[in-house]
Ligand binder design. Structure first.
Ligand code: ASP
Ligand code: MG
Length: 426
């Protein structure tokens, strides 16, 4: 088989007709070999669908308006792409049909729990975007096949956090992606399917992960994630000044950065490609010829500049057993079992003799339930509206500059990381 590459285009790259045309040009330049293109929902569609879901669950009349706005947004882009606004146009009819299906689903009273409903609704973002992209590419002479990834990326029924069955998915994907007859495939990121044929999602921003998993399953030579930045940067330029691009980082470094909260790639993305030593390129879709960042294998320690990672919307939770007994293994395992059950993401832990402190994502759907359960055994103290700043490869100069006189609730330093929990800046 000739070489296979995997490309992933995120929401920002396909947020308009112009963006989709630009993406088509990047794909067109890929003249030889096989290519699988993983696409996210258009622009901020996933957020909009989350909102529509909440309105549906709250039985709010506002839902119809929001759904209509989203439909107008997609129809507008589709119209611009095909240069035709008649509703009988095959692409416009298809967009209409997907919205009608989604609307139909929400005519029934919600059942199956929040996470299940979430996946059935929010997955439409990727179904819409890939349908539009695939149609447009074919029309532009870039022959491709649209794949419904739910048929071949098999997950369990952990809705909103589907766990991929690699073995079965490999078997199914090898059949579905048939490179004998086609060389370009367009498919959805973020979503998967269960054995029962229901839809799951793989966690917010999960399209990078999909690209990595497909690269692993189909033995790709490399993966490229196309973004609106030049590559992996030393800090988010929207928050910090003086950022620089990292030319090369190891898989290990990428995992550490993602774990600390770097937005650039989804934390789960690295393992599937590292296992097969597949390089990952992070490149700019605005400047596609530029070199970007390569993430790959390295035997030698690399010297990297200080990297700043800010995680917002954090809560600090301190737990003390009601009877003031020492926090021993049993308490710890109890705490983690509760946090895991409620899917609360723990970003940092610190313990003392009688108390245990964790910094967690302050997710309003998950944290309150966990706290309520923890309160049965522990006295819980709670601070919210905090931010967690990680300075990786820190220097005292950068720590002074970034933290200075600010009030620090908790800090932790290892040889490579200095982490600070502080009040959120306005
Ligand atoms: N559309 C999904 C999200 O916004 C998945 C992704 O973009 O990777 O979370
Ligand atoms: Mg997205």
């Amino acid at each position: 088989m000739s070489a296979l590459r995997v490309f992933k285009f995120g929401g920002a790259s396909v947020k308009s007709a112009e963006g989709i045309r630009n993406m088509a040009e990047i794909i067109r330049r890929q003249t030889s070999g096989n290519l699988v293109v993983v696409v996210s929902a258009i622009g901020k569609t996933t957020n909009a669908l989350e909102e529509i879901l909440s309105l549906y669950l709250a039985k709010s009349d506002e839902k119809a308006n929001k759904l209509d706005q989203l439909k107008v947004f997609h129809t507008h882009i589709a119209t611009e792409l095909v240069g035709d606004s008649s509703s009988s146009h095959p692409l416009l009819a298809k967009v209409e049909q997907l919205f009608a299906e989604l609307d139909e689903k929400m005519k029934f009273p919600p059942s199956g729990g929040y996470d299940y409903c979430y996946d059935q609704v929010v997955s439409y973002g990727e179904l819409l975007s890939t349908t539009m992209v695939s149609f447009y590419l074919n029309q532009a002479g870039i022959r491709n096949r649209w794949i419904d990834i739910r048929k071949c990326l098999r997950s369990d029924t952990s809705y909103r956090e589907g766990v991929v069955d690699f073995e079965l998915s490999q078997y199914l994907c090898e059949k579905e992606f048939c490179f004998d007859s086609d060389h370009l495939f367009i498919t959805q990121g973020f979503i998967a399917g269960t054995a029962e044929g229901t839809t799951t999602t793989l966690g917010r921003e999960g399209s990078d992960y999909t690209a990595a998993v497909l690269a692993n399953l189909l033995d790709a030579t490399d993966v490229t994630i196309w973004k609106d930045v030049d590559g992996v940067l030393s800090a988010d330029p929207k928050i910090f000044s003086n950022t620089c691009k990292l030319d090369f980082i190891s898989y290990q470094e990428a995992i550490e950065l993602a774990y600390c909260g770097a937005q650039v790639i989804h934390p789960k993305t690295i393992k599937p490609i590292q296992n097969k030593q597949i390089p990952l390129y992070v490149k700019s879709f605005i400047n596609p010829e530029a070199s970007g960042t390569t993430i790959g294998h390295s035997d030698v320690p690399l010297s990297l500049p200080p990297v700043l990672i800010l995680k917002r919307n954090q809560a600090l939770v301190s737990l003390t057993p009601h009877d003031f007994s020492f926090v021993i293994e049993e308490s710890l395992s109890k705490i983690f079992a509760i946090l895991y059950r409620h899917r609360v993401k723990v970003n940092l832990v610190q313990n003392s003799a009688i108390s245990f402190t964790i910094c967690v994502d302050d997710e309003h759907l998950r944290l309150p339930g966990a706290i309520e359960e923890l309160q049965k055994t522990f006295t819980v103290r709670f601070n919210s509206n905090l931010e967690l700043l990680t300075i990786r490869h820190y220097t005292s100069h950068v720590v002074d500059e970034m933290v200075g006189e600010r009030i620090v609730y908790l800090q932790q330093r290892t040889r490579s990381n200095a982490r600070f929990i502080m009040d959120a800046r306005l």
